[in-house]
Design a protein around this ligand. Sequence first.
Ligand SMILES: [Zn+2]
Ligand SMILES: [Zn+2]
Length: 533
Amino acid sequence: MSCGNPTTEPDALMQRRKKYDKTKNCVRCKDAQGNIVIRHTVYCKNCFTPLLIHKFRRVLEPTVNPKPDGPRRTALKPAGNLVIGFSGGLGSSVLLDLVHRCYVALDKSTMPTEGGRDHPRHERVWKKVTVCYVEVCDAFPGMDDRTDEIAHFVSRYDELDFVPLRIQHAFDRTWWERMGRSTSFSDIGVGLADESLLIEPLSQTYPDPLTALRTYLSSLPTPTAIHSSIQALTRVLLLHTALQTGSSHLVLGTSLTSLAVSLISGVAQGAGFNVREESMEEWTPDPETRPTPDTVPDDGTEGARKSKEAKRTVRIVRPLRDIGMKECATWAWWSHIPVVGKEKWVWPGAKPGIGTLTKDFILGLEQDYPSTVSTIVRTCGKLAPKGEVAGKCILCGRPAQRGVQEWKARISIRSQPPPPPSDSDSTDAPATPAPVVPESKADTRPSLTPYLCYPCHTTLTSRSARPVPSPWPDTAHSSVAPLPVWTEARLGTHADVGVSVADEEEIAVAKKMGQEEMKGIVNEFLLDDEEAS
Ligand SMILES: [Zn+2]
Ligand SMILES: [Zn+2]
């Protein structure tokens, strides 16, 4: 297929397929008239329900046991409880409904038929199921607080615990303490004014959580950075809630459609290395900031608890990742789920970020070419990111790629030093371009950079060409922005911040480049005079 002009070359347009293949009858039972078309295949209402439940179980259940033990038949025995990350949107509403029907209410119609009535799969899987909602309204001006509506929605389902959080808990030391963590660390922030990301003491005492949140968001360089930071903060808040509730699993209501959006927008923001984590990830809490054992509920013996504690991880699963948004909407409609909905993350003057643009594009694509969205996800599923993991990012908790700092130092040309003293009259000596060395490379002050993954570093430093309006223009600007509590806690446990790191396994310390070394590297990329002419 060419990329030609569709008006002169009819072949340049992608052929639009018929909405459904062959007949209007359900592909499964063959005789009922279809009610829904899923990627060109027709299903009736009766066949759609088991199909959706099958797709949901097929993704979730192989991840339940700590060690995957092959196909079916074995009992599902998770290492802990379950947290449902709930946003109020369509996907997480459908997820909550499915989890409740299949694993809490133990609705017989959702059970697999194999193995008979006493099959171990027909028992309760997670002892406790917690719904955690993170309210983000305080991050944006004029947004409604939906906590009460969400609480009401969750109360439709019995036997679920509800934990409402607010996005500013990410900057709240009392919350951190409630999570069983020590708060004996000093007030540290980061200078977001330039790319050196220096770690500095906060000029005032640590502000209240709401001010800290708004100062942090106002210091970010782009609307995209604000959106992805709120997503990252929400994710880490959910993970700590999972840890605190003794949960081994955190499930998110990411549908096939929203997974395609997050994959494409993630890659666009430099998160290609974490493409696998978008589908499934295992999170290990920081050893330095692990909660004290008595705050983690457990009914085992002291010894068992300690060894369990040492290995505690949280598995993030997206059980709707094979189910498109249209199927979710159909499920919600037929099951009478009153979806609360989510508000758009906007503020006056802000241009849409990469995530919003990608979402608009993918939703349009899904309408016209329904198979393309699942192709995106399947293709991304085949990607195997190169490079090894060098510990965990101090901000988002995801694996960071080794060697990112060196690589970034090699390819980034951001600040041009002033031109050398004028000797331009001598034309016979060709001007050698001065190596571009950011000034900050020469200094040895502690920086946040070596602790960050590539996408987080990009989020904090990648500037827009035009000035970006802040959601909170009246927030007092400070040169040093506060950091989320988990970041502060981890930095604060090292007395000599940034210069040396206690746990070498955890974090790769950035190499400080000497002028000569940098010059050598830059020269690699310069053409020889002969080649150039
Ligand atoms: Zn049917
Ligand atoms: Zn990160």
